[in-house]
Every structure is written in structure tokens, then in C-alpha cells.
Design a protein around this ligand. Structure first.
Ligand SMILES: C[S@@+](CC[C@H](N)C(=O)[O-])C[C@H]1O[C@@H](n2cnc3c(N)ncnc32)[C@H](O)[C@@H]1O
Length: 428
């Protein structure tokens, strides 16, 4: 039982916010807005707490847009990230790239000329990417897609960090000139999108705005102090190259959010995937935290009383679940997390610690204490649990989850986001 170890963060221990929103204020972090990123402040906080020496290895096995390796490298440490999604691995790597202002301006000039000429995109007529006969909705108006493609082709013919940086700007610009925007678990069409007539000039303006931001950050700070590496792949099959001193990570939450789906436009625009079967293969390599694909079934496990009780309650309400595979997803999620926690423990230096940010989830009105279950699993894998610290309570949830849970919990926001802090060696 770890329930009594939960601490409410009232500012006492100063654990910072986890929200991605303040990343927009941080140089480099703001080069691509990733809503699911956490704040660089939590990285600073964990580094300070760990008292590690400069040059120590800081890892994130679910590095997403690279907040952890970037912030570690900015502070003079070695950052190592693993990320399964090739688009996000590209974002993480590129946020860590450095080049001269002159090289950036030259690359940008060439790419802008390509965007102005435009080029026929392979995505025209594919899926919902552009208008086709009979389509009611499409993500990009053809002039936007062609301007993007013209620029992307020029950038892809060249090598080097300056062109990668411009590619990142191209992707951001295309997404701001997209007819839909990310909204929670899906892409939602913008209000009155047909009358917005998003055009090549909207795309070009957005490109200029993004490029100005990158340019300003490059100008302000010449280079990173530390080193970094981003490995693209499935953390369940990748071994960290050496022992680490600090792990700061946020795995996908147990909330059926499929990153491959929400970031599908970027995956296809940047040729990170080129067909639906390839997208499906990528999905199968993601942590089993959603029901979008048919996973291999998980085994039966004893992960402690929190796990057993949650599963019992969920199974009792099986008929009220919005998808019958949810109980299997829950089992598979914790099986995957056990694998990751074991692998991390094997590679932890004797003085290492691990900070894991997760949120609880709810299905059919049953709240699953993901933080406490992970703490139980980690303890069984050889980690010492230091604390489970509540960072914030989450506000109103979408649709059915909220309706069910609010009835059960007096309409109060109840799901929490927590950080689980683990040590490789017991603290005295
Ligand atoms: C909550 S996000 C991490 C965000 C990150 N902390 C940041 O600041 O950008 C979780 C990430 O785990 C990645 N992921 C999912 N399954 C994975 C797997 N099997 N191996 C590695 N990464 C995976 C997702 O693509 C997603 O980017």
C-alpha cells in the first residue's frame, strides 16, 4: 500500500508544474509546440534534487519532443532519449541542432524559393489530406500542400542541421495552415474552416513567424553545453547504452491517446511514414495504452492490491465500457510498464533515481490509480519508492469518462497527475 505516501503539492517541496504551455517561453523548446510535453522546469527540479555531477547521463525512455535531453544538454549534462514515433524523434533531434545564423538564412532562402515555386504533393487525393471528388472535409487546401511540398523537396535534397531546422519550421507552418487543429485525442476541424480559405500566403506567413523564432534563439545562444543522443525505436526492445544517473520520463498515459493518430499529418507530410500499413506497423510498436490496434494479449499478473481491485471493478462494469478491449489494454499497459521499469533498473547507476510523471485514468466510473500501481510494480522490480507526489488534479474530462466519474465523485475533478520518485538504492 502506497496510498499514505501521496503528498499534495502545495508548493511545500516546490515541485513545478507539468504543463507544456510554459515550454512556449523557453528557447529551443518552443521550436515545435507539443501539447503532451511537460515543462522544462520539472527537469531542472529533478536535476537539482539528484545533485548529479556535470556530464552525468540523464535519460528519457519516452522522450517525445525531447524536453528532457534538451534541458539536460542545456544544463551541461549528457541527455539520452528514446522515442518510437519517427516524427517526434525528428523534432527532439532537431531541437538539439545548432548551426550558424548565416547557414540558417541560406537554407531558409533556398527553401522559401522552393515553396514559392510549389510542387505536386504525393498526398493529393490520399486519405483526407486534400480535396477529392465527393469529400466533405480535407486537412489541407491544395495550395498549402503544394507550397509545403516545394519547400520540403528542396530541404530534403540537402544535408545538415540548417536544413533540418527549416524542415521543422515547414512542418509547423503546414500545421498552422491546416484546416484542422489538435484537440485532445483527435484533430478537430476549425470553426468555419471552409470560409477561412487557408492559402499559400497563410503558409508563407506562418513559415516566416516560425523561422524568426528559431533564428532569434540561435542568435541568442551559440551552442549547447552538454551532449545528447536521440534513439528512434520501441523502448521495450532497446537497451540503454550505459548506466544512467537520472531518468525523468512521462510514458503515454493509460487514456487511449494514440500519438500515431494525432500526429498522422506530420508523419505523412514529412515522409516519416508513406503508407497505411506502415502507420499500422508503427502503432504496433507503441506502448499498449490505447485500443486502436489489436495487440497480442497480456498475461495474468499479480501487481498488488491496487491493480487487482481496479481490474475487478472494471470487469464488473464490462458492459458499460466504450470498448470491450479496455480490460486487456489495462493489463497490457502495466505489463509494458513492468518491462520498462525492469530495463531501467538494470541500467541504473547505484545512486540513480527515476522520476516518472503519469496520470490516473477512469473507465466506466472506475478510477485506476496508475501512479500507485506503477509504484507497486517498480518496488517489485528492485526500485526503492521514495514518494508519489501529486502535481495537480485534472479538470473536466471528455465525454463519458467525466459523466461516469462525476456521478461517482460528487462532480469534483478527481483524476490526478503525479510524479513517482524512485531510487536505485534505499535512502537513509
Ligand atoms: C507523454 S509523451 C512524452 C512527452 C515528453 N515528456 C515531452 O516532453 O515531449 C509519451 C511519448 O512516448 C512515446 N512512446 C509510446 N510508445 C513508445 C515506445 N514503445 N517506445 C518509445 N516511445 C514510445 C510516444 O510517442 C510519446 O511521444
Amino acid at each position: 500500500m502506497h496510498g499514505n505516501l501521496i503528498q499534495h503539492d502545495s508548493g511545500g517541496n516546490g515541485t513545478p508544474s507539468v504543463s507544456a504551455l510554459d515550454s512556449a517561453d523557453y528557447p529551443r523548446h518552443r521550436w515545435y509546440f507539443f501539447k503532451e510535453a511537460f515543462s522544462p522546469e520539472i527537469v531542472n527540479h529533478a536535476i537539482k534534487d539528484a545533485k548529479i555531477r556535470k556530464g552525468a547521463l540523464v535519460v528519457d525512455p519516452f522522450c517525445g519532443s525531447g524536453t528532457v535531453p534538451l534541458q539536460a544538454a542545456l544544463n551541461g549534462y549528457r541527455g539520452h532519449g528514446i522515442e518510437v514515433n519517427p516524427f517526434l524523434a525528428f523534432v527532439a533531434r532537431t531541437k538539439l541542432a545548432t548551426c550558424s545564423i548565416q547557414a540558417f538564412d541560406t537554407a531558409l532562402g533556398k527553401v522559401k524559393a522552393g515553396a514559392k515555386r510549389g510542387a505536386k504533393s504525393p498526398l493529393e487525393g490520399f486519405s483526407t489530406f486534400s480535396w477529392k471528388c465527393g469529400a466533405k472535409r480535407w486537412l489541407f487546401n491544395r495550395p498549402v500542400l503544394r507550397a509545403f511540398e516545394g519547400g520540403w523537396r528542396v530541404a530534403s535534397r540537402e544535408n545538415g542541421p540548417a536544413f533540418s531546422l527549416v524542415k521543422l519550421c515547414l512542418l509547423e507552418a503546414a500545421m498552422s495552415a491546416c484546416n484542422a487543429a489538435k484537440d485532445g485525442k483527435c484533430l478537430r476541424y476549425k470553426h468555419d474552416w471552409k470560409n477561412l480559405h487557408l492559402s499559400q500566403s497563410d503558409f508563407s506567413e506562418a513559415l516566416d513567424v516560425r523561422a524568426a523564432l528559431v533564428r532569434a534563439d540561435l542568435k541568442a545562444e551559440a551552442r549547447l553545453n552538454g551532449h545528447f543522443r536521440i534513439q528512434q525505436g520501441d523502448v521495450r526492445t532497446k537497451e540503454l547504452p550505459e548506466r544512467f544517473n537520472l531518468c525523468i520520463t512521462s510514458p503515454p498515459y493509460l487514456n487511449s491517446f494514440d500519438y500515431t493518430d494525432v500526429y498522422r499529418p506530420e508523419l505523412f507530410l514529412g515522409n516519416f511514414v508513406t503508407s497505411m500499413p506502415q502507420l499500422m506497423r508503427l502503432r504496433l510498436r507503441t506502448l499498449r495504452s490505447h485500443v486502436q490496434v489489436s495487440w497480442p494479449a497480456a498475461s495474468e499478473h499479480q501487481y498488488g492490491t491496487h491493480y487487482a481491485e481496479s481490474l475487478r471493478l472494471i470487469l464488473a462494469r464490462k458492459k458499460r465500457l466504450w470498448d470491450r478491449r479496455i480490460p486487456d489494454m489495462i493489463k497490457a499497459y502495466f505489463e509494458d510498464m513492468e518491462l520498462v521499469l525492469k530495463a531501467l533498473r538494470r541500467k541504473a547507476a547505484p545512486t540513480a533515481s527515476a522520476w516518472i510523471v503519469v496520470s490516473t485514468s477512469a473507465y466506466a466510473g472506475v478510477e485506476i490509480p496508475v501512479d500507485l500501481i506503477i509504484a507497486d510494480i517498480a518496488s517489485a522490480c528492485g526500485w526503492y519508492l521514495r514518494e508519489v507526489n501529486v502535481l495537480r488534479y485534472l479538470g473536466r474530462l471528455a465525454g463519458q469518462q467525466w459523466n461516469e466519474l462525476s456521478r461517482a465523485k460528487d462532480s469534483k475533478p478527481h483524476l490526478r497527475e503525479s510524479v513517482i520518485i524512485l531510487d536505485a538504492t534505499a535512502r537513509r
